[in-house]
Design a protein around this ligand. Sequence first.
Ligand code: BG6
Length: 481
Amino acid sequence: ALRPCTLVILGASGDLTRRKLMPALYNLFELGALPSGCQILGCGRTALTSDHFREQMLVAIRQQRALTMEEWERFARLLAYRRLDYAQQADWQDLASWLRQPGLPASRLFYCALPPDQYATVACQLGAVGLQQATAPDYSRLIIEKPFGHDLASAIALDASLHQIFAEDQLFRIDHYLAKETVQNLLMLRFANALFEPLWNRSYIDSVTIIASEQLGVGQRAGYYDRAGVLRDMFQNHLMQMLALVAMEPPSRFETETVQNEKAKLFRSLRPFSTGDPAPQLLLGQYQAGQIDGQAVVGYRAEAGVAADSCTATYALLQLYIDNWRWSGVPFYLLSGKRLAAKQTAIHIQFKQIPHSLFGHLLSAPIPANRLELAIYPQERIALHLQTKSPGGKACLAPVQLCYDYPQAPLQARLDAYEKVLLDCLQGDHMMFWRQDGVALSWAYLEPVLGRCGSQPLLPYVAGSWGPPEAAALTARLLNI
Ligand code: BG6
């Protein structure tokens, strides 16, 4: 059984709490997955009474699901709210006294639903009032979400501030991609089957493409995105995690430490950008006005909050290499962008051509090589593209797909990303979170790539297309479109 705990949401009057955290907590409560005796305290700068906070949370949850007043009342009893000015030490003292009142669980989970520039302050203030401490078996844990820094130096500085107060095993750095079923399935697929691993190397694999394309534009987040761009927003975190899972060596056991060690090893094997033969390549782009599903959309520079001369990349296609025995010479392509033709999240493993075709004299076109598609969105599926004889003439080859659609498990068994993340934090399980060294290694790899923004051409692309025309032929080949 999980230890009872007090979950403290910092930033409880904000959007993330309403849209994601509270609905996730309610669902966990309904499943009986929250520890008994669990309390949830919302804290924020906005002055609200606990009753008022509860009313807002009811509205927020009802936007996502139906619930009766009776169901709500049972959950609402767990909720309270306190005003907290993050800069005021006196407010933190009051919070500490409140949390230490008898009857409240002494294990505490602090969720930073706040802008990242507040993380260091929060850690420091928690430390100043001793809330980072707990006597085993009770615990104190801090949950933060990306971005973890803006570059290598700021990521290291952030970690130093956090580690002044918290030990690494108290920190949970969320990457919501790691909570996706099909991403989690990657290690199971690779290492619970005898079939793939012998082929999973430079002898049989021609290239690997990891794509996370989106139709969405920058939306309301220009303030953040215009400083971040696609490399910080998607590559530093989600794409690097997928890369690690698809390319790492088998850990000896499915345990946090061993899995994280293999990921770090993989990051260390990345060929530094723009050195080596062949050197990694990069295309950067920015969307122009165009159409998404028949609707006209504005270009990036015309979005609210974006400077008219912004040089932020909204698209990147990066070709990289992994310098180890398994992957030597195999190009990996990482592609992500906003306002592209479709939302597609997938990993394509392109196998090599067969060494010799005995049908060559009978066929007009070469036989397409095999491909394994690990799709995360829109379908969650594994598809193996093969050639078979089509009925009829002597040598009629036809492409077929062996397809496994990830089961749409009953609702109860399907936890959404935030539900999984919260549950893992309650259990103290770090497997699906970033470890400090991985964060730094990922930044270290990307630094020279980031350095190219501004110094290499930013290629325009029409919203609703597959990216800059310069990338069209490669993208068509990589994605088989
Ligand atoms: C977030 C990025 O981390 O991931 C967003 O900040 C992006 O810009 C989102 O839209 C994509 O996540 P998903 O789960 O929709 O693929």
